[in-house]
Design a protein around this ligand. Structure first.
Ligand code: NAP
Ligand code: ZN
Ligand code: ZN
Length: 352
């Protein structure tokens, strides 16, 4: 494969873990035969962007450009592209490439491919340089990693579905959450509020666990039947041993055992939050009732398209607060205070 030429676009990037993000010029490859080039219209702000910008997971290469909840308009397509044409409105999530031949890729689980290329924090297979995310004017992505957006959904409010949406949809589907089940969602942030919406849409009895008592009314509006303030031991004890499934979306260190104790026999606690510190799990709460503790990572391309189509059919989008690109550093600080209702989305026209 010969190396494609590169061109420049503006982006918001950070030169180091302690530095704020600011305008910078970055390189994108010229579209190859299988590539779709987008002008980015909106980009959601995931807590992973913050973990990554500040090197909390330890693998960030600088300069770093976060952003993996991308909605854009197609500006060019390569000669072999079949699914998209110039002018289409499309989405790109956390993945931009993979090997396409391993068992994970063949199963449509590209997120587990050993050669999976993330939208940021991986190596571009064409240029050999670090991949740079969606806080930018444009991006070039292989056709197979571009998603169709249902025409009836608001574009800005659809952006967070590309990560927060699929990351909650996928485990709720895999563990077959549905009618007759009591399901907990831990944390009402970007992921958590989508988890509440999906669990409710799938027909479960939904309980939201929060550290922010002020979010109770919103949680019910978003679909929760019940809200538990997790710092209140009496409220937690009232639910002991009663849940079929709990999805934990918390971004910081917290006590997992408190949630394992709330599961029924054979119940599942699934972690999607990615704090950088280890979270201790005690043996007894697990073994006494044959409970399970698992993790889940975003979702593959077929399931991401399925989730978007489901959202189109059921009119599900994210509750967003639109920001300008130059408000991103302030948005990160608000995210750390759990002050997001319930996803920031950057209006990329503000990146001048
Ligand atoms: P977010 O919008 O900041 O929401 C996180 C929520 O967790 C907060 O709103 C807060 O909810 C709760 N929380 C925060 N600090 C807490 C603490 N110390 N103790 C207890 N609860 C706390 O973040 P997000 O974008 O939803 O992302 C959540 C996590 O998922 C991040 O770690 C992110 O990196 C990870 N993630 C993983 C995947 C995956 O594929 N597995 C994909 C995307 C993101 P309350 O105010 O309601 O308590
Ligand atoms: Zn994300
Ligand atoms: Zn693969």
């Amino acid at each position: 494969m010969s190396k494609p030429r590169a061109y420049s676009v503006k982006a918001y990037s950070t030169p180091g873990a302690q530095s704020p993000l600011a305008t910078f010029s970055i390189s994108r490859r010229e579209p190859t035969d299988n590539d779709v080039q987008l002008e980015i219209l909106y980009c959601g702000v995931c807590h992973s962007d913050l973990h990554f910008a500040r090197n909390e997971w330890g693998f960030t290469q600088y300069p770093a450009v976060p952003g993996h909840e991308i909605i854009g308009r197609v500006t060019a397509v390569g000669g072999k592209v079949k699914k998209f044409k110039v002018g289409d409105t499309v989405g790109v999530g956390c993945l931009v490439d993979s090997c396409r031949t391993c068992p994970d890729c063949r199963a449509g689980l590209e997120q587990f491919c050993p050669e999976m290329v993330m939208t940021y924090g991986s190596t571009d297979r064409h240029l050999g340089t670090p991949t740079l995310g969606g806080y930018s004017q444009g991006i070039v992505v292989s056709e197979e990693f571009v998603l169709r957006i249902p025409a009836n959904l608001s574009l800005a409010a659809t952006a967070p579905l590309l990560c927060a949406g699929i990351t909650t949809y996928s485990p709720l589907r895999r563990w077959k959450v549905g009618p007759g089940q009591k399901v907990g969602i831990v944390g009402l942030g970007g992921l958590g509020h989508m988890g509440v919406k999906f669990a409710r849409a799938f027909g479960a009895h939904v309980v939201l666990f929060t550290t922010s008592p002020g979010k109770s009314a919103d949680a019910k509006r978003l679909g929760a039947h019940d809200v538990v303030v997790s710092k209140d031991e009496a409220q937690m004890a009232a639910h002991a041993g009663s849940f079929d499934f709990i999805l934990d979306t918390v971004s910081a260190k917290h006590d997992l055992n408190a949630y394992i104790n709330l599961l029924k026999r054979d119940g599942n606690l699934v972690l999607v939050g990615a704090p950088n510190e280890p979270l201790p799990v005690s043996a007894f709460p697990l073994i006494m009732r044959r409970r399970s503790f698992s993790g889940s990572l975003i979702g593959g391309l077929p399931e991401t398209q399925e989730m978007l189509d489901f959202c189109g059919q059921h009119h599900i989008t994210s509750d967003i607060e639109m920001i300008r690109m130059d408000q991103i550093n302030e948005a990160y600080e608000r995210m750390l205070k759990s002050d997001v209702k319930y996803r920031f989305v950057i209006d990329m026209a503000s990146l001048k």
